[in-house]
Design a protein around this ligand. Structure first.
Ligand code: DUC
Ligand code: ZN
Ligand code: ZN
Length: 493
């Protein structure tokens, strides 16, 4: 058998097995996983992975790249800086958003993001579509066309003045997703609670970042999750609740899943590793402000429990990079109120090292669970499998080789995104991706050339995602729909 490259002597970790094996790569794909593979052909190379972990490159299915927010602010990373940063953190596929704003025409939105990513991305990528205006043209023509092109997931918002959909609009999007085989991602927070409280706070002169966390109550997340689950049950179509942050939110998803509803959950580093106390540090708290906000130790534990029992199927970054200056967090300088700051924290590069240290290193999750949560489940749910997300014959050779003992003290200067800060400064992390391959190309070798990436701008490829079982309805009817069925007047979706 011919190999361009063999990774030798490492411990290969997949979602359901760990074993000592070599990994043979040819033509950008994995062609053999077995101990004692023969020598590479002339011109090929060996990578010595003894004492190292050979894991699927991470898939980050929730990140904002070169995206204009609903406030009209462009985030700090373009497709080059974001994907370079992702690769240094062991992530080899990203699924960012193409964002429709109210007056935008979806085909133009998609073409614009495709062009920018194709010019700059250094790793492979898919896209979700943010839907802010589900009018007749969008529902009948534009969304089905987007799905046909491999953009098989939409994100909708239940809050934010310029993005939020009301319940009938949400039902329209869910029905379209069901008809054409797409997954709907939901930003679930009750708009009324947040905007009413924020109006009061600002009116009373309470404008510091810490009031952001107060206005985004736990109840606002819990109510919205319960409501959108009820909407999804009417249509019987799968949904995924992004960035779950509360005890109550995790419980609502767990309860719905227990009664057979197809609802997936996601959480992010900021809900495992930060709390509202991080925001309570004057104006600098802006660097920790995201929506929903970090909560407390009980919520962190609920998120760990949710990851452990599958209530939360995936762990993503929600990388939303905004600089701590007038271009992002502080449009009005020191006078900026919490309502005016861009929401979001960076996380593409540290997502995996943080989970490795505090999850695997602290004994909370196994190595296999680490791989599930950071790569394999993303691939399965979002239709990237079997091409991405596992070290198996036939898959793309997207691989991160980890030194489990490599120690790093986090400092923004070590990172490769454009945010200029990290919420995790000073953390001591143990375990780091030291070599990163994308389609068999060794992009990063921290032992031989620290801090260097060998990747031409635009080498990343768009991945048209497949229809998966995750998109199938549960075929579970609420009593009213069963009644209609019995009367032979079923709801036509
Ligand atoms: N909240 C979002 O909904 N998106 C980006 C970042 C954030 O904080
Ligand atoms: Zn969101
Ligand atoms: Zn987001």
């Amino acid at each position: 058998m011919h190999f361009d490259l063999v990774i030798r002597g490492g411990t290969v970790v997949n979602a359901h097995e760990t074993r000592s094996a070599d990994v043979g790569i040819a033509g950008g794909r994995i062609v053999a996983v077995a101990p004692g593979l023969p020598a590479v052909a002339a011109g090929g190379r060996d990578i010595d992975a003894r004492d190292h972990l050979v894991m699927p490159g991470g898939i980050d299915s929730h990140c904002h790249i070169e995206q204009v927010s609903s406030f009209g602010i462009l985030c700090a990373d373009d497709f080059h800086s974001a994907t370079v940063s992702a690769a240094f953190g062991g992530t080899t596929t990203v699924v960012p958003f193409c964002a429709q704003h109210r007056d935008d025409h979806i085909p133009e939105v998609l073409a614009d993001y495709h062009q920018r990513a194709a010019e700059k991305a250094v790793i492979d990528y898919g896209f979700h579509l943010i839907v802010a205006n589900p009018d007749a043209q969008t529902l009948a023509t534009d969304l089905p066309a987007a799905i046909d092109s491999g953009v098989r997931s939409f994100k909708i918002f239940m809050t934010y003045d310029r993005m939020r959909l009301h319940d009938e609009q949400i039902l329209d999007v869910l029905a379209t997703a069901r008809r054409h085989g797409a997954l709907t991602l939901v930003h679930a927070e009750n708009h009324g609670i947040i905007s009413w409280l924020a109006g009061r706070m600002v009116g009373q002169g309470n404008v510091a970042p810490r009031y952001h966390a107060v206005c985004h109550t736990r109840s606002s997340e819990a109510e919205a999750i319960q409501r959108v689950i009820a909407l999804a049950e009417v249509v019987d179509t799968p949904i995924l609740i992004v960035h779950v942050s509360t005890v109550e939110g995790v419980a609502a998803i767990r309860a719905a899943r227990a009664r057979g509803v197809k609802v997936y959950g996601e959480t992010c580093p900021q809900y495992l590793f930060l709390t509202a106390e991080d925001i309570d540090r004057g104006l600098e708290g802006a660097m920790f402000c995201c929506s929903p906000p970090p909560r407390d130790a009980a919520a962190q534990q609920a998120c760990w429990d949710g990851l452990k029992d599958g209530t939360l199927a995936v762990y993503s970054s929600d990388h939303a990079p905004y600089r701590y200056d007038a271009t992002g967090k502080l449009p009005k300088g020191e006078k900026t109120t919490f309502k005016e700051m861009a929401n979001g924290v960076p996380g593409l590069e540290l997502r995996l090292p943080l989970l490795f240290t505090y999850g695997v290193g602290a004994g909370r999750i196994s190595l296999n669970e680490f791989v599930q949560l950071t790569a394999t489940r993303h691939a399965e749910i979002y239709g990237l499998a079997p091409q991405k997300g596992s070290i198996t014959v036939g898959a793309d050779a997207d691989i991160a080789i980890w030194d489990p003992n490599h120690r790093v003290t986090v400092d923004a200067a070590l990172l490769h995104d454009n945010t200029g800060y990290t919420p995790y400064t000073g953390r001591e992390l143990t375990g780091w991706p030291v070599q990163v391959l994308s389609r068999g190309e060794l992009l990063i070798d921290q032992t031989a050339q620290p801090g260097v990436i060998h990747a031409a701008r635009g080498r990343g490829r768009f991945i048209a995602r497949q229809r998966t079982d995750a998109l199938q309805p549960a075929d579970r009817q609420i009593p009213e729909m069963a009644q209609l069925q019995a009367w032979q007047t079923p709801l036509v979706i």
